[in-house]
Write a protein of this length. Structure first.
Length: 201
């Protein structure tokens, strides 16, 4: 069976090098998923997760020594995409484009679930990202999915997807058990003053 993603040898070498710096004893996999839109293109999340945490609604494929985990719902939009290494870092070249209608659904911002999400954003999330000049606001709730917009230093930030996945989403999913997913619908291409700082080992 052919792979969903194509990963260049140079990109694979960098991914393995980064993966080997991750803490923990178990095998870490590369999570690749579509998180929303960046202008008229898809926005992507690349992060390391324990392979053991892969869920039934995710697809796992092997690329050499690394397992790649993708949400099964994203497979049609990721098929044939190339993950390459450029002077600016890892880049996704995807022949697939978003449909013009892909955006935050016009969900309800009233009711107990929305109220709880907004409370967690106000009390836990925004104080944590305020140091970066960033803020997160709830755009809509569609069923059990929360759609967020990042602003300030988080808009256009190269680490925004990592912030969302490993920080904001974790806080929200832990605090609001009814939520199943958090989606970033920020137009990061419009960010004028992104904040990015490499972590020091």
């Amino acid at each position: 069976m052919s792979s969903v993603l194509n990963i260049s040898p140079e990109a694979l070498a960098m991914i393995l090098e980064l993966r080997d710096q991750e803490p923990g004893e178990g095998e870490n996999a590369l999570l690749v998923e579509i998180t929303g839109l960046r202008g008229d293109q898809f926005g992507y999340e690349l992060a390391f997760i324990p392979l053991a945490d892969a869920r039934p609604d995710q697809t796992v494929e092997r690329h050499g020594d690394i397992a790649v985990v993708m949400p099964t719902k994203d497979i049609p939009n990721l098929t044939g995409a190339d993950l390459t290494l450029t002077d600016d870092g890892l880049a996704m070249n995807n022949p697939n484009g978003p449909s013009p209608t892909m955006a935050a659904p016009k969900g309800d911002l009233t009711g107990p679930l929305a109220d709880r999400v907004q409370l967690v954003l106000a009390e836990s999330v925004n104080p944590a990202i305020a140091a970066h000049g960033g803020a997160a606001s709830l755009v809509s709730i569609d069923g059990t999915v929360a759609f967020l917009q990042l602003s300030g230093g988080c808009q256009g930030c190269g680490m925004a997807s990592v912030t969302l996945k490993q920080g904001i989403e974790k806080i929200l999913l832990d605090a609001v058990k009814e939520l199943t997913e958090v989606v970033d619908v920020t137009d990061h291409m419009a960010g004028a003053d992104p904040y990015y700082q490499k972590s020091k080992k």
